[in-house]
Design a protein around this ligand. Structure first.
Ligand code: HEC
Length: 269
């Protein structure tokens, strides 16, 4: 049994082996480009079989071309970028030349912009959600999950965990405290106290809401007739703001009445 090895179209084998056997293929003596090895095995009874292996030799520098695709149809001026790198063993390695500078492809820009747009959208969505939960509508939506008419007393004056808490304190301070005082005590015979006020601690919030939306005048409260009217705030405050201030009054100064939502206010407009 022997194996003859032929290179390309050579008539004579360049190697004759007794299998199994290792041999060296010296590609440096070949031209760069496609080549072929033909293995011909001949057994002792003179039976022959063949096997061909194709391979590519490249000992010169590799070439990279950008701007033209093989077989492409071109017209007008075409910008073409050519680069060559790498070479024979022992050549100094130049990483910078290995990386052919290619312009950023369009799809990468599209992907980049899409990700950017998504990010901006996500951010503004989160932000508006956050703002809503701090200021208006959120007040009513957020409360859907929490007990509305809880019998357990929320810590009077210190329960800042509710969405309306900050807003309620703010609205009361700006619009109501000048008359009813920050303490909710009012001014004797001039402005009625809201602490332990029958309307404020009534479980039914209808009159409480109406007083703020439409104002009050000529009403005798606890035997006292007030000369000044309570101005209407329906045109000044939003549903959420009225709900917040109603809740503020219902949970401060020892008051402990069920809280309401902006929707409750809307019903009484
Ligand atoms: C200009 C002074 C003034 C301001 C500001 C004012 N009130 Fe009044 N409020 C009064 C007077 C006076 C009354 C009593 C009117 C009456 O009895 O005729 C009153 C009555 C009320 C009542 C009804 C009490 C009852 O027993 O019927 C509530 C509730 C109330 N005020 C809440 C508020 C809230 C909330 C604000 C702020 C959004 C506010 N007030 C701002 C003067 C004021």
């Amino acid at each position: 049994m022997r194996i003859e090895v032929y290179l390309d179209q050579d008539d004579a084998p360049f190697q004759t082996l007794v299998p199994p056997e290792t041999f060296h293929l010296d590609t440096e003596s070949m031209a760069d480009g496609p080549h072929q090895l033909l293995f011909r095995a001949i057994d002792d009874g003179n039976g022959v079989s063949e096997r061909r292996m194709s391979f590519n030799v490249q000992n010169g520098p590799a070439i990279a071309v950008h701007g033209i695709v093989d077989g492409e149809t071109l017209h007008g001026q075409v910008g073409v970028l050519a680069n060559a790198y790498g070479a024979r063993a022992g050549d100094e390695f130049e990483p910078r030349r290995m990386e052919t500078p290619v312009p950023v492809p369009t799809w990468a820009w599209v992907l980049f912009l899409a990700v950017l747009a998504w990010g901006a959208g996500y951010l503004s969505f989160e932000l508006s959600n956050h703002i809503e939960s701090v200021i208006p509508q959120g007040a009513s939506m957020e409360r859907a999950g929490t007990p509305q008419a809880s019998d357990e007393s929320p810590e009077s004056g210190s329960d800042m965990s509710q969405a309306w808490a900050v807003l309620g304190e703010q609205v009361y301070g700006v619009n109501c405290a000048s008359c009813h005082q920050a303490t909710g005590a009012g001014l004797p015979s001039v402005f009625p106290p809201l602490a332990q006020n029958a309307v404020v601690i009534n479980a039914d919030p209808a009159e409480h809401i109406n007083a703020i939306v439409h104002g009050v005048s000529g009403k005798v409260i606890d035997g006292i007739e007030y000369m000044a009217p309570m101005p209407p705030f329906g045109g000044i405050l939003s549903d959420a703001e009225i709900a917040a201030v109603v809740n503020h009054e219902r949970t401060h100064w020892g008051n402990n009445a069920p809280t309401i939502t902006a929707d409750d206010v809307a019903e009484h407009r």
